[in-house]
Design a protein around this ligand. Structure first.
Ligand code: OAD
Length: 246
């Protein structure tokens, strides 16, 4: 299932980009958005992770975020996260772009991580400029300590712009890398899902690791059908054997 070409590409590549989605954290016990456990109380993610959802029922949205914060707080990085730390230490230019807001790549030890959709433990005020990282929330209507208005999670919701600096970094890394791994994402949410196409247009080799087909599968040069936590460690171990690097 793992081709010789993949390892030749890895050996020759000085720049690798990895795009991760919720599938990478699935085996840490964090439900994916569109998998069998994806619906929370029958709500689609778009109904909750959106300005219109928050305007309609902010307490419901906070209830969902507080539940996810609890699940994530108890979760630990899995072998997929750690294999990406190993990969980073062996590659000259390594960029990890994640759609995940769970902090697990940082917790595992990855360094050059760009959180496209923000971080679930950060908050900002809906009214003044207050922002705080790693902020404790104890109810479904948390108030800003500066102005008393409602706080919201400092994550990117559907219909909102990504942080321009993070977006620029992701686009630039995608346009210049030699090898691109798309891991555990349904590739339905843009702009994240468009980065592999930017890479491919510049001659990059695309590898997809996913338990299922996605809209990007036809573009991939290599498709690895299975769990990220099983295949990523195999890739790094074989890479070390072939290259003698470790
Ligand atoms: P999704 O839930 O849409 O997709 C998860 C993907 O992971 C699916 O393609 C699964 O087949 C795959 N998968 C599941 N378990 C896996 C495993 N163990 N190994 C490998 N693959 C596995 O999650 P995302 O693509 O991350 O945005 O969703 C993108 C964005 O939509 C999220 O960042 C979030 C969401 O709504 C916002 O909230 C703005």
């Amino acid at each position: 299932m793992l081709s010789k070409t993949l390892f030749e590409r890895m050996y020759k590549s000085t720049s690798i980009v990895v795009l991760t989605g919720a599938g990478v954290s699935a085996e840490s016990g964090i439900p994916t958005f569109r998998g069998p456990d994806g619906l929370w109380k029958n709500h689609k993610p778009e109904e909750l992770a959106s300005p219109s959802g928050f305007a309609k029922d902010s307490a419901l949205v906070w209830e969902w975020y507080n539940w996810r914060r609890d699940v994530i707080r108890k979760a630990k990085p899995n072998l997929a996260h750690y294999a990406l730390v190993d990969m980073e230490s062996r590659i000259e230019e390594f960029t990890l772009i994640t759609q995940n807001v769970d902090n697990l790549h940082f917790e595992a030890g990855s360094q050059n991580v760009h959180e496209l959709h923000g971080n679930i433990f950060n908050v900002k005020c809906t009214s003044c400029g207050f922002k705080a990282d790693n902020y404790a929330v104890s109810n479904n209507a948390p108030k800003c300590p500066d102005c008393g208005n409602l706080l919201r999670p400092d994550v990117v919701w559907f219909g909102e712009e990504l942080n321009p600096a993070v977006l620029a970094k992701a686009q630039e890394a995608s346009a210049t890398c030699e090898l691109f791994f798309i891991i555990g994402t349904s590739a339905l949410v843009h702009p994240a899902a468009s980065f592999p196409s930017i890479a491919k247009a510049n001659g990059c080799f695309l590898v997809e690791i996913n338990t299922e087909d996605t809209p990007l599968t036809p573009q991939a040069n290599e498709v690895i059908r299975g769990k990220a936590s099983e295949w990523l460690p195999k890739i790094t171990i074989l890479y070390d054997k072939i290259t003698g690097k470790s």
